[in-house]
Design a protein around this ligand. Structure first.
Ligand code: COS
Length: 393
């Protein structure tokens, strides 16, 4: 049976997240965008009401929510501001490899750290010369006795300036291929250096930093999963978090659609509200369809994971479609506003700038198409037993 009727608990979660977005995020979102400051106060409030770390299992103090629950929350928060939603969701990305590969002691320590008090964690995969091509990374982790010594630089690290710990991918030597990558938990106080905060086009409330590891020593038990199995851990993590990005893209698109629909009822041209012109009606109709389709693909990709089934293909479908749709819908929202859409006094230009990153981070739209094409021609089987951990918020 196909049924996406939400349970009463899921409706309550959605209402809680929507209320939070309407009261605590929307009123300050344009200010954070303008100033590009980190939304500490909003993050603190979200942590207090339980809208952060909801994905962490209850035994480590988290909400123990499933992936579908997480994407329901994510859409609402991103409807408020996707820059702030990225800041809130980032712990989910950093935690997934720990939940999948960490020992009991590591999970207790690092997942527990995030639920005991407000702390942040970051996911360090991308490097200056290794973006889409993950296996080209050059950060090294060399085993020395009971320690690993890390050297290298990671870029575009969400919450990188504020994180208390990092999941870091590295190789025993720079030229090893994807089968030489291992994953580690690295506490900030081991000597992580924040080199630079990026000045971005959109999602300006989120922190994006360059971080370096210069002879950073960590205990050997901070290895996540098996040595040299880090590439798979990264891919499995992205399978779990791409539904969250798709949900955020749906939230941004929905916000743009609502602004454009409402504006079209007020703006009068040729003696009638522009909503009376079919040219505008059809744009609004296409926006509505894209939002609906994005949500359905997102929920499908999340619920497969909750059922313990592979969602690699579904999460690439969802992420690709929702991200591209968010770009189209927000661009059309600017079009509906006409010249005013281009002006910062009006809300939609921010949404158009925010949407762009959806087509870039956690795998570009081209990488999603590559995954879809590969899965279409040569489906790869992900063992169900590995498809367990939740993601997103
Ligand atoms: N789950 C588990 N294992 C996976 C997997 C998945 N979803 N996808 C691939 N693998 C495994 C493959 O089965 C293969 O295993 P073997 O070593 O046993 O052969 C291995 O990983 C390598 O896979 P593949 O040959 O497909 O690797 P590629 O180098 O061609 O890379 C892409 C695949 C391009 C899809 C990957 O590098 C990618 O997702 N890039 C984008 C990275 C990204 O999203 N960056 C954003 C940064 S995070 S904000």
């Amino acid at each position: 049976m196909i049924d996406f009727t939400l349970t009463d608990e899921q409706k309550d979660l959605r209402d809680l997240a929507h209320d939070f977005a309407a009261k605590e995020i929307r009123p300050v979102a344009w200010e954070y965008d303008r100033d590009s400051t980190f939304p500490h106060d909003v993050i603190k409030k979200a942590w207090d009401v339980g809208l952060m770390n909801a994905h962490i299992p209850e035994e480590y103090g988290g909400g123990g929510l499933g992936t579908l629950d997480g994407v329901i929350i994510e859409e609402e928060i991103a409807w408020g501001c996707s820059g702030i939603s990225t800041s809130l969701a980032c712990n989910g990305l950093a935690c997934a490899p720990v939940a999948l590969g960490g020992s009991e002691e590591i999970k207790r320590r690092y997942l527990g750290m995030l639920t005991e008090e407000l702390k942040l964690a970051s996911f360090c995969l991308t490097e200056p010369e290794a973006g889409s091509d993950v296996s080209g990374m050059r950060t090294t982790a060399v085993r020395k006795g009971d320690k690993y010594v890390l050297n290298g630089t990671k870029v575009f690290i969400t919450n990188g300036s504020h994180a208390d710990w990092y999941t870091v991918y590295a190789k025993p030597d720079k030229d090893a291929g994807h089968r030489g990558i291992s994953a580690f938990v690295v506490p900030r106080d081991a000597g992580v250096v924040v080199d630079k905060k990026e000045d971005k086009l959109g999602q300006r409330a989120s922190d994006t930093a360059m971080v370096s590891f210069n002879d950073v020593e960590i205990p050997a038990d901070h290895l996540l999963g098996e040595e040299n199995k880090g590439f798979k851990l990264a891919m499995m993590t992205l399978d779990r978090t791409r539904p969250g990005v798709a949900a955020a893209a749906t939230g941004v698109a929905r916000a743009a659609f609502e602004f454009a629909r409402d504006y079209s009822k007020e703006r009068v041209q040729f003696g009638v509200p522009i909503a009376m012109h079919q040219a505008i009606q059809f744009m609004i109709a296409d926006m509505a369809t894209k939002v609906e389709a994005s949500r359905l693909l997102t929920w499908q990709s999340a619920s497969l994971l909750d059922q313990g089934r592979s969602n690699t293909l579904a999460s690439s479908h969802a992420k690709r479609f929702a991200a591209d749709s968010a770009m189209e819908v927000t661009t059309d929202a600017v079009q509906v506003y006409g010249g005013y859409g281009f002006i910062k006094d009006y809300p939609v230009e921010k949404l158009m700038r925010d949407a762009k990153i959806m087509q870039l981070y956690e795998g570009t739209s081209q990488i999603q198409r590559l995954v879809i094409a590969r899965e279409t021609y040569m489906p790869r089987r992900t063992p169900a037993s590995l498809a367990t951990a939740g993601a997103g918020h």
